[in-house]
Write a protein that binds this ligand. Sequence first.
Ligand code: G3P
Ligand code: MG
Length: 243
Amino acid sequence: MFTISTQIFAHRGASRYAPENTLPAFEMAHEIGVDGIELDVQLTKDLIPVITHDENIRRTTNGTGFVQNYTLEELQQFDAGFWFSKRFYNTPIMSLNEFLHWVKDKNLLINLELKTNVIEYPTIEKRVLEQLYDLDLISRTVISSFNPQTIQRVRELDHDIELAWLTKIQVRRIQDFISEIGANAVHIRSRLLSSKMVKFMIEEQIPYRVYTVNRVSLMRKCVTMGADGIFTDIPDIMQINKS
Ligand code: G3P
Ligand code: MG
């Protein structure tokens, strides 16, 4: 038996087995035994951080319309489980606050991806940080975003929290870029693994995590290349192959 230092994050929870970004998916990930959970955060009309991937609820609920046009109470009338399977009928969208209370007493890392790349959601950074302060969760949370301005805003508000910039593409001078925005790490799409950028990050010991890793061969490659973490929809397969 050998152990690996690559952390396993359940991507949107155990999203192959339960509706993404919902409590059943988070519970399943916890039962499987992951290191952490990745989830996506948007902001409601009444400015409450809520967990859902898309700006529009059409794909993942029985409703339609933009998250930003519903209050939390209105959003929670929709069913975020039935589309996935009848078994999950009546699963509500979860607020970030509900998730943080759930995760508080569990030995899990938290990766909050702030979905500000399409809609900017002014004040989302401050609101998310306030909830983390209230529950004393800063030290086991990584905030990530594709939007560099969000990373910058969080860094201005908090000097300690771990911040990761998310990218699907290679950028030149990655080290300068992340230090300019105040990020500590980079979360990369898996197809970038063979890029010059990653080679450079490995040489310079810039922490990086890889999404979305759903093949064992890819997971092995990430481990061999010293990735700090992977995001996967099927965390149990990774677990079986971890030992
Ligand atoms: O945070 C990693 C990954 O979740 C980024 O892409 O679209 O799955 O949120 P997406
Ligand atoms: Mg995400």
